[in-house]
Design a protein around this ligand. Structure first.
Ligand SMILES: [Mg+2]
Length: 240
């Protein structure tokens, strides 16, 4: 019996290309104008949230606009998991979401599953993603079905989610202890939890912690040779 369904985001409920093809380019398009509004070297101004984040980059980079731009662009291009970059991107993406420019395309079967499970008395839906909890909530606040036009009105799915986990409050996604911690936090035995992810290492870690798990295969995901669990290509295959 499954009482708690824990969902990964990228490659599971949302195409893996969304971050690379939509969010990263959006950030890079906003970046020049964002940096142009300041004088360099950057000086502290606690009343300005953007400047406060920018000043967390190395001092020598914030001395000139172009060195700061090159530094940030290189972090993005090389997909460096830099906490300051993450913070800055979060702020820029929030603006894009709130303005209606960005909407997260979610697989229709994932949206359907989230609706179905969350409205049942005996089930709850959770998110576990390496993106911050704040970023997860933002993404789920402005959703469209992947087959809907980009201009379709956004749906807010946060009401369907009972809890959010990231690497800060649960731990690394490839570590079994993170899954034990999640089960403990939501007050459920691990064997009643179902974890769905496109990453075989995450699936293996969840299984090791005693959870049930399937490997989700979506278009554009990296091919998986030896999966630690059965594969599914749509949530419609699940009979919970
Ligand atoms: Mg994933």
């Amino acid at each position: 019996m499954v009482s708690d369904i824990i969902l990964d985001i990228e490659g599971t409920i949302c195409p893996i290309s969304f971050v690379k093809d939509v969010l990263f380019p959006y950030f890079l398009r906003q970046l020049p104008a964002l940096l142009d509004q300041y004088q360099y070297p950057l000086l502290e101004d606690v009343s300005d949230p953007v400047k406060t984040i920018l000043l967390k980059f190395p001092r020598d980079k914030t001395a000139a606009r172009d060195s700061l731009y090159s530094h940030i662009k290189a972090l993005v291009d090389n997909d460096v998991k830099d906490p300051v970059l993450k913070e800055l991107q979060g702020l820029v993406w929030a603006k894009g979401y709130h303005e209606g420019t960005i909407k997260a395309p979610l697989y229709e079967d994932a949206i359907q599953g989230m609706y179905t499970w969350s409205t049942r008395k005996d089930k709850k839906v959770y998110i576990y993603s390496s993106g911050s909890v704040q970023a997860q909530k933002l993404l789920l606040q402005y959703v469209r079905g992947i087959n809907e036009p980009e201009a379709a009105p956004g749906k807010d799915l946060n009401g369907l989610v009972s809890g959010y986990f990231d690497t800060t409050n649960a731990g690394p996604k490839i570590q079994p202890t993170s899954y034990s911690k999640i089960a403990e936090t939501i007050n459920t035995s691990p064997d009643e939890c179902l974890f769905l992810s496109d990453n075989p290492k995450e699936v293996a870690a969840a299984l090791e912690a005693g959870m049930q798990s399937y490997l989700v295969v979506r278009p554009g995901n990296a091919p998986v040779e030896s999966a630690p669990a059965a594969k599914i290509s749509t949530f419609a295959q699940l009979d919970l």
